[in-house]
Design a protein around this ligand. Structure first.
Ligand SMILES: NC(=O)c1ccc[n+]([C@@H]2O[C@H](COP(=O)([O-])OP(=O)(O)OC[C@H]3O[C@@H](n4cnc5c(N)ncnc54)[C@H](OP(=O)(O)O)[C@@H]3O)[C@@H](O)[C@H]2O)c1
Length: 275
């Protein structure tokens, strides 16, 4: 049987690194720590090595389409595809950041929504039968959903929203933010929140598509929240350690062979959450 392979984006630190650590301990296959910066990535691989864990490394900057396609081609060539993909890479402006809201909207949506979508566009076709795809979203995306206009909420919750419509809505948020018109458009004042509302909705859309187009392949795709975790992003007051934050993403990455759910859900503390 061919070697199985797991890939985690943005895993040189924080929750991503903790996910790689847990997979190195629990996954029967090769585990790839990926990072946009080769130096930071290799340092992280060495830190795991000093814990007695063996992670492999590949460069992967999700904001760079060439980096995504190069990595996808590498996994296709070396393993024939990917068995576990965890889209963990993400950014958040600090509350104290002085960047204007329109800049925060464009930059945050670029990585957390559009670039993560690029990852899914190029990696879903190479996810092997029995594969698991986990998108690290956030409870902030659920809270933000509830702060959107009733019309937007209806679209994000609908079963018939298409990927194209969702991409159009995310772009509309960025465009309206540039004109200072996002509030009139029914959007709340949170770029990070909207990016994660988009990512959770995208996960649900893609899961429905997989169920239709790859019915017999047993692939499970979910979005999740790691909880509030002590990392460079969330600061040192958060209650969970990175290893604790990794528990739900790793649970979804390791759903046993033959499992049929959860699929297309938003999961927190290993429980499906209302959307
Ligand atoms: N911490 C929390 O409380 C919390 C709560 C809910 C959800 N989340 C989500 O959990 C995920 C991980 O967050 P974290 O708290 O671990 O944050 P973090 O410590 O800031 O780590 C973020 C990781 O993403 C990487 N990254 C950013 N942009 C990238 C890109 N374009 N390509 C590849 N990698 C990129 C970073 O790489 P560099 O080192 O190169 O910057 C870093 O490795 C994020 O999606 C975040 O939104 C976190």
């Amino acid at each position: 049987m061919s070697t199985k392979v797991a890939v985690v984006t943005g895993s040189n630190k924080g929750i991503g690194l903790a996910i790689v650590r847990a997979l190195c301990k629990q996954y029967q296959g090769d585990v790839y720590l990926t990072a946009r910066d080769v130096g930071r990535g290799q340092e992280a691989v060495e830190s795991l090595s000093s814990e007695g864990l063996k992670a492999m490394f590949h460069q992967l900057d999700i904001n760079d389409l060439n980096s995504i396609t190069t990595a996808a081609a590498y996994f296709k060539e070396k393993y024939g595809g990917v068995d576990v993909l965890v889209n963990n890479a993400g950014i958040a402006f600090k509350v104290a950041d002085t960047a204007t809201f329109d800049v925060q909207a464009e930059v945050t949506l670029k990585t957390n929504f559009f670039a993560t979508r690029d990852m899914l566009t190029h990696f879903l076709p190479i996810i092997r039968a029995g594969g698991r795809v986990v998108n690290v979203s956030s409870f902030v995306g659920s809270r933000t959903l509830n702060q959107c206009s009733p019309e937007l909420q209806q679209r994000f919750r609908s079963e018939d929203i298409t990927e194209e419509e969702l991409v159009g809505l995310m772009q509309q948020f960025v465009d309206k933010a540039k004109k200072g018109e996002h509030k009139q458009g029914g959007w709340p004042e949170t770029a990070y929140g909207v990016s994660k509302t988009g990512l959770t909705t995208l996960s649900m859309i893609l899961a429905r598509r997989i169920s239709k187009e790859r019915r017999n392949d047993g692939i499970l795709l979910n979005a999740c929240c790691p909880g509030w975790v002590r990392t460079d992003m969330a600061g040192d007051k958060a209650p969970k350690s990175p290893d604790e934050g990794a528990i739900t993403p790793v649970y979804l990455a390791l759903l046993p062979a033959g499992a049929t759910d959860p699929h297309g859900k938003f999961v927190s503390d290993k429980e499906v959450q209302p959307w």
